[in-house]
Design a protein around this ligand. Structure first.
Ligand SMILES: C[S@@+](CC[C@H](N)C(=O)[O-])C[C@H]1O[C@@H](n2cnc3c(N)ncnc32)[C@H](O)[C@@H]1O
Length: 342
């Protein structure tokens, strides 16, 4: 029997049977030792014996289990997906069922009655921090369920961006600007650039000092929109392919987690905001970047634009993820009249 299974993990995944297959994504979380040990220590410091804790997006229940280990009297696990049944199995096996309540549903739509909790545990943290909807879910839940003076793990979030060079990514993006197999794929370039890409950067080169794009204190934040501008002074020569984005979360005082490019200590990747065709830049050039984010239309809308000032002139870019589809998302049954061969 292996003493430490995490040391032996291979890239092996269940054959996906569709969106019901939630163990796949939670497997990735369970093997992320850096994330899990940081949360375990933060929860040990924040949750006091006898506390009530609310776990938002509980998944396998790992954060609630940490709260029980810290001495919580009772934990409330809210989870929208069937993975909650796995949490229930783990709690049953540990003999903790009388200290836990399992709620299957969207946390922001749950009505909380009676008292309030001492701590909220929430790991709706996407690769760019905001992309699992934490900005809309957390304030709603916090305002309904957290007692005055209560704590949230994590307590805050910061988002960073920086212009980068990444040669293999430039080649990848080149697919949509190329003639392949005798077919010109360049009509897809604009569509491709309206996407934000997820990537595990290993060889990205920063062209400037990273800038703080946005910052949230989870005890007080209310808005689920971002409107931000940052400016970069280019410090190195290179072919700018886009801006890499990552996050930093403060789990509690003295414990934070981050996923900057090339470090890859956690399961989180980074994101890339494309700028269209790569742009050669030199030391002293300037890049301004504007980012707008909202969830009001029911779906996240991400818009990013900017201006690159080089000695050769000015280049603008302007993209939005809402424009990444050509066809409306409708599915109808069709009848097709086939031609008869001459
Ligand atoms: C990144 S996972 C974290 C799971 C677990 N807390 C952990 O740390 O391993 C986020 C979980 O939140 C759930 N989720 C997302 N939005 C939710 C919502 N609005 N209400 C309840 N659960 C949600 C997802 O189904 C997923 O299981």
């Amino acid at each position: 029997m292996m003493s430490d299974p995490i040391e032996y993990l291979m890239d092996v995944w269940p054959l996906s049977t569709g969106t019901e297959d939630h163990l796949t994504s939670h497997h990735l979380l369970l093997r992320d030792r850096v994330r899990n040990e940081a949360f375990q220590e933060a929860i040990r410091r924040v949750v006091r014996p006898g506390d009530l804790a609310l776990d938002v997006g509980a998944g396998t229940g790992i954060l609630s289990a940490f709260a029980i280990q810290a001495g919580a009297q009772h934990v409330y696990l809210v989870e929208s997906e069937d993975i909650l049944s796995c949490a229930q199995e783990i709690f049953k096996h540990a003999g903790w069922l009388d200290r836990a309540t399992f709620i299957r549903g969207m946390a922001d739509r749950v009505t909380f009655q009676g008292g309030k909790v001492d701590a909220i545990l929430i790991e709706l943290i996407g690769n760019f921090g905001i992309d699992e909807n934490i900005l809309s879910v957390l304030p709603t839940v916090r305002n309904k369920a957290l007692k005055k003076g209560g704590k949230i793990v994590p307590a805050g979030l910061r988002l960073f961006v920086v212009p980068i060079v990444e040669e293999s990514l430039e080649r990848e993006f080149g697919v949509y600007r190329s003639v392949l197999y005798g077919i010109d794929f360049s009509p897809l370039a604009r569509l491709a650039d309206n996407n934000i890409y997820l990537l595990n950067f290993r060889n990205a080169r920063r062209l400037a000092e990273p800038q703080l794009l946005a910052e949230f204190d989870f005890l007080t934040c209310e808005s689920d929109t971002i409107e931000s501008r940052v400016n970069f002074s280019i410090t190195e020569q290179g072919r700018m392919i886009g801006l890499a984005g990552w996050f930093e979360i403060d789990l509690c005082e003295g414990i934070s987690l981050s996923n900057p490019p090339n470090e890859n200590r956690t399961h989180w990747d980074q994101i890339i905001f494309p700028i269209g065709e790569a742009q050669a830049v030199e030391k002293g050039d300037r890049v301004s970047f504007r980012f707008r984010y909202n969830t009001t239309a029911g779906e996240d809308q991400w818009a990013w634009s900017g201006v690159i000032h080089t000695r050769g002139g000015i280049r603008r870019f302007d993209f939005c993820n809402a424009d990444r589809f050509l066809l409306p998302k409708v599915r109808t049954r069709h009848t097709v009249e086939l031609k008869t061969k001459n």
